[in-house]
Design a protein around this ligand. Structure first.
Ligand SMILES: *Cc1c(COP(=O)(O)O)cnc(C)c1O
Length: 424
């Protein structure tokens, strides 16, 4: 175990013996950095250092940290009513949020089911898709079709639809539900292969599940909107539902409010989470189109969707989400994303010619430098920290997903730090 440094706060030293960290081999894990305050795009550490945050806390803090409008909305809701159960009781924040999300999403994506995490939102989408067929008396549609390089969560059901080899879940292969995993149809060959898979398996499939535009945690791989149009056409041809997991792409990250809006493709079910509350409170949503909802509309109680998390529609989280939507309405977020895209392309361009760099790509407020296997990510992260920057590279990927409100000079510091760290 890494030795604590002497300046470490006592809560970290004492608590470290009792904490189980995410995605970490605890025996060799580096001590996490103690953060004592956040503001805008900056994190203040216990020793007084201030870091510029390049990833907005796993892509959530799209308005920067501590936005006063969200803070005020949560404070007011806390004083009035932090939480009431969602079964049998209703409150304004969740009902307003559902109506607003429906209005923002395209077409008849109009029925919102709230949960508390992205993984659970995906599980609910899968459950909706499976039961959609059961409720219509169609048997045997028990699987999802999902894609290599995909990531949809860490729970047992969602692990089974992640990339089977590259993912973090390989060792569970024998235990997980069996789904059909294909390559994204990015060219004629992969499209023909996908068609063959569908011809073979479509009777056992309930839905096609995809992260539109960007496969995020699987490796920050982009694809064109034409791929999504293909998937819509294939879903229609083979009579399958189409689920867009927009947990990463939702709320502006790729340059449009939602990837489905930008691509002009209407999926049957959408999942949202990450930036939904502007990075403040856990909340997720699964949104279904009318025809999906209608398959559950029945005089038969058994046709109901039997799901209901304890903290479903939490009022504090919904108040934060409503405040976050206010900011998308009032402030030029999508223009900010477009400006970030340009700055990322310019700022990261020098990476292209550095050793170990295999690819450089930018989409919206996502900048990705892909390295070859020889790169030492831990050394790169240390070099970034030395430059006053918080970034969390994974596998062969160093990426930036800053807050949309990041200042120009902060963004320039981020891109210069990436270039400098890769040089060093
Ligand atoms: C993060 C993520 C999830 C899982 O969300 P959690 O809140 O971590 O459970 C699912 N799908 C995508 C696309 C994600 O980016």
């Amino acid at each position: 175990m890494a030795q604590p440094d002497s300046a470490e706060p006592h809560w970290l030293s004492d608590g470290f013996e009792h904490i189980w960290l995410p995605y970490a081999q605890m025996k060799t894990a580096q001590r996490p950095l103690p953060v004592v305050a956040s503001s805008g795009s900056r994190l203040t550490l216990a020793d007084g250092r201030v870091l510029i945050d390049g990833i907005a806390s796993w892509w959530t803090a799209c308005h920067g940290y501590n936005h006063p409008h969200i803070a005020e909305a949560v404070r007011a809701q806390l004083a009035q009513m932090p939480h009431v159960m969602f079964g049998g009781l209703a409150h304004e924040q969740a009902y307003r949020l559902a109506a607003r999300l429906s209005a923002l999403l395209p077409g008849d994506l109009e029925r919102v089911f709230f949960t508390e995490s992205g993984s659970v939102a995906v599980e609910v989408a899968m459950k909706m898709a499976l039961q959609y067929w059961m409720n219509q008396g169609v048997c045997g549609r028990t699987k999802m079709l999902s894609f290599r390089g995909g990531y949809h969560g860490d729970t047992l059901a969602t692990m089974a639809v992640c990339d089977p080899e590259e993912g973090m879940h390989t060792k569970f292969a024998g235990i997980l539900a069996q789904h059909v995993i294909a390559d994204l149809p990015i060219d004629d060959a992969s499209l023909a292969a996908l068609r063959a898979v569908l011809e073979q398996h479509h009777r056992s499939l309930a839905a096609i599940l995809v992260e539109p535009r960007v496969q995020g945690a699987g490796g920050m791989v982009f694809h064109h909107d034409a791929v999504l149009r293909q998937l819509r056409a294939l879903a229609d041809e083979f009579g399958l539902l189409l689920i867009f997991d927009e947990i990463f792409t939702g709320f502006g990250r790729t340059g449009d409010l939602f990837a489905c809006t930008g691509a002009g493709v209407l999926p049957d079910i959408v999942t949202l989470s990450k930036a939904l509350t502007g990075g403040t409170l856990p909340l997720a949503a699964t949104i279904a189109r009318r025809h999906v909802f209608e398959a559950f509309w029945s005089d038969d109680g058994d046709a109901a969707l039997m799901h209901g998390p304890t903290f479903m529609g939490n009022a504090l989280a919904c108040a934060a989400a409503n405040a976050s939507l206010d900011l998308f309405e009032r402030e030029p977020r999508l223009a900010q994303v477009a400006a970030i895209e340009t700055a990322l392309m310019q700022g990261l361009a020098p990476c292209r010619h550095l050793p170990h760099v295999r690819d450089l790509r930018v989409k919206g407020a996502i900048g990705v430098v892909e390295l070859d296997e020889g790169a030492d990510l831990r050394a790169i992260q240390q070099a970034l920290l030395a430059r006053g920057v918080w970034v969390r590279p994974f596998r062969t990927i160093v990426y930036l997903t800053p807050a949309f409100t990041i200042a120009q000079d902060e963004l320039a510091t981020l891109t210069a730090a990436v270039v400098g760290a890769l040089k060093a």
